[in-house]
Design a protein around this ligand. Structure first.
Ligand code: G4P
Ligand code: NA
Ligand code: NA
Length: 194
């Protein structure tokens, strides 16, 4: 998606260890116009799968996921990392380990929000090792629902998440794919999505 790649070049910063900082339009400050375009792009790619819900994980997945849900005309479910006071114990739950942060997080969704008739589109801001996406897949499967696709804003193609998810048969659409972040330079991945 050209506008996204241009934005990454203009405003993305390489910080240490293969990490891309996009605090000016995605992770901290958010560009609403770009999010709207991202939502339209995901809707165009996935409407044929007839999703009934979009699922993301708080917090940075919410902006692109909301716009995708809006364009598709379906609700957005935001999985939580901690159980809010108002959430009952009737939950789907998965544990995910973050290699980047070296910590285990929970992914929690209230049971009444997903059921076996749902066709779920998973959206997230970043794909690195794929653990967050796999955790969301697990939660969807606990509900007996289907994952109809995984939409990612920025895939770090030099990490294993994309390969892992695609090898399990999921349709993964990434709007930007980073080939490398070495020497402080952002290089996009030119290859096919596998
Ligand atoms: P994985 O799910 O693909 O295995 O990813 P990983 O554990 O490595 O990522 C942990 C957190 O770090 C996630 O955010 C993810 O979006 C973010 N992340 C991973 N690589 C990058 C990167 O290069 N740049 C940026 N900006 N973020 C990255 P989170 O902890 O869930 O936080 P939140 O931002 O959603 O609140
Ligand atoms: Na995220
Ligand atoms: Na993030």
């Amino acid at each position: 998606m050209r506008e996204l790649l241009e934005k990454i070049v203009a405003e993305g910063e390489v910080v240490t260890d293969g990490v891309l900082k996009v605090d000016r339009f995605l992770n901290h400050q958010v560009d609403p116009h770009l999010m709207k375009r991202i939502g339209e792009e995901f809707a165009a790619k996935f409407h044929c799968e007839r999703p009934t819900k979009v699922l993301t994980l708080e917090s940075s997945g919410i902006s692109p996921a909301l716009m995708a849900a809006y364009e598709l005309g379906v609700p957005l479910v935001v999985a939580r990392k901690r159980r809010p006071l108002t959430m009952t114990r009737e939950v789907y739950r998965a544990e995910v380990y973050s290699f980047t942060k070296k910590e285990t997080n929970e992914i929690i969704v209230s049971r009444p929000l997903l059921d076996s008739s749902d066709r779920v589109l998973i959206i997230d801001d970043f794909l690195a090792n794929g653990q967050a996406a796999l955790g969301m897949v697990e939660v969807v499967h606990q509900a007996g629902a289907d994952v109809v696709g995984i939409g990612i804003v920025i895939e770090k193609a030099f990490q294993d998440g994309g390969r892992l998810l695609r090898s399990r048969g999921f349709r993964v659409v990434s709007l930007a794919r980073i080939g490398s972040l070495t020497d402080g330079v952002i290089r996009f991945h030119e290859g096919v999505m596998n």
